[in-house]
Design a protein around this ligand. Structure first.
Ligand code: PLP
Length: 393
């Protein structure tokens, strides 16, 4: 009996190693205790949300007996939330954004799916720099799109010539993510300006423009004063997707947004398409509680200093143990080179030291591995001996 599609069967078997790592981790924790395992596999922010989130929840509880306290709302989100977010994003993105240019979504993931549903015709291509957040391929596939990862430079910066060479008549979207998961790369204004110029050239004379989609859930987390430039003023066919999963530590609440560049002519039709997709994809808008929390907490964020200290601690551990890596300029990941050409062999050895990481092939780049440092600094320090032994083989 075929209970799922062949494609779903392929997805399930393709991700078998992810399950293996996860199950191995559970086994190790059961055997040795939670504290004996250094688990750097998940990008699940461990910091508590700012205090205002709890206060807001208490206020919502007081209102819970009122009619429509958690009722349906307009598909783009509560008008007050949309308006407040437009004001906030106008400052953050450095360009005047109207409430009508954005919508609230079920996290960045929901936003990306709305966008693909609105603009992709089956067979259309989505270019993204490699390595990349693995879900992008599935999200594009949900709307019949095909993800085309393009190599980056050795320091993980965009290789714009390679991106230009990858463009075909079916290219509909270029998707970038800065600060980047898994590399921690932050693209400079110069690089983004060059990308915008390339896309302007490539879109000229086309009936359908090539969109530039910037996925920015880690915008708040750039280190050493690194600037995260906005794409919205640089290219008219650009959009930004954002999320409160990381900056407010609310990933289970599912609240994010899509904002369309105010430079895009006729954008009302695109926004209408995004809003319609928000309605029909099954999740039906961003959650009421998440939107209320966001309205109260807008402009606040978790304590970034904690991530800064962890980044320094992790860099120290890896350097002393002899690993090769590029210091992340943003987000909460390291993407070091595996000491063995086959990173699965190395990660097996690392797991024997009770240190868990994700193989680079999970991000389209074998020979590397990803460490998520959203764990207590004590865990990072405790992992040093294991890292040192694992590199010696
Ligand atoms: N994009 C990137 C690069 C991510 O790392 C994540 C989550 O880890 C998402 C999107 C999804 O974020 P959200 O929880 O807002 O859907």
């Amino acid at each position: 009996m075929k209970l799922v599609t062949e494609q779903m069967e392929q997805f399930l078997s393709g991700g078998a190693w992810i399950r293996k790592i996860f199950e191995h981790g559970l086994e190790l924790k059961k055997q040795y205790g939670e504290d004996a395992v250094c688990d750097f596999s998940l990008g699940n922010p461990d910091l508590p949300p700012p205090a205002v989130v709890g206060e807001c929840l208490a206020e919502l509880a007081e209102q819970a007996d009122k009619p429509f306290a958690f009722g349906y709302m307009p598909n783009p989100g509560y008008p007050a939330v949309r308006a407040a977010l437009a004001e906030h994003l106008s400052k953050e993105q450095g360009i005047a954004i109207a409430a009508e240019d954005l919508l609230l979504t079920c996290g960045a993931a929901g936003g990306i799916n709305c966008f693909f549903r609105a603009v992709l015709t089956p067979g259309d291509e989505v270019i993204c720099p490699n390595p990349y957040f693995v879900e992008y391929g599935f999200y594009a596939g949900n709307s019949g799109g095909i993800l085309k990862p393009v190599p980056t430079k050795p320091d993980f910066d965009l290789d714009i010539a390679a991106m230009e060479a990858a463009i075909t008549p079916r290219t509909r979207v270029v998707l970038i993510n800065s600060p980047n998961n898994p590399t921690g790369m932050v693209y400079s204004k110069e690089t983004l300006t060059e990308l915008a110029a390339m896309l302007t050239r490539a879109s000229a004379g086309r009936e359908r423009p090539i969109y530039l989609l910037a996925d920015e859930p880690y915008r708040f987390l750039a280190y050493d004063g690194a600037e995260v430039p906005s794409v919205l003023p640089l290219y008219p066919y650009s959009l930004v997707i954002g999320s409160f999963s990381k900056n407010l530590s609310l990933p289970g609440e599912r609240v994010g947004y899509v904002v369309v560049s105010p430079l895009m002519e006729g954008r009302a039709q695109l926004v209408a398409g995004l809003v319609f997709a928000n309605r029909i994809l099954g999740f039906v808008n961003a959650p009421a509680v998440g939107q209320a929390l966001l309205l109260r907490a807008l402009g606040q964020e978790v304590d970034r200093g904690i991530y800064e200290r962890r980044r320094a601690a992790m860099a120290g551990v890896l350097t002393r143990a002899g690993y090769e890596f590029i210091m992340p300029r943003g987000a909460f990941y390291f993407f070091p080179k595996s000491p063995d050409a086959d990173e699965l062999v190395f990660l097996d050895r690392l797991a024997k030291e009770r240190v868990l990481a994700v193989p680079g092939r999970g991000f389209g780049m074998p020979g590397y591995f990803r460490l998520a440092f959203c764990v207590d600094e004590a865990v990072i320090n405790r992992s040093e001996a294991g890292f040192a032994r694992a590199i010696r083989g």
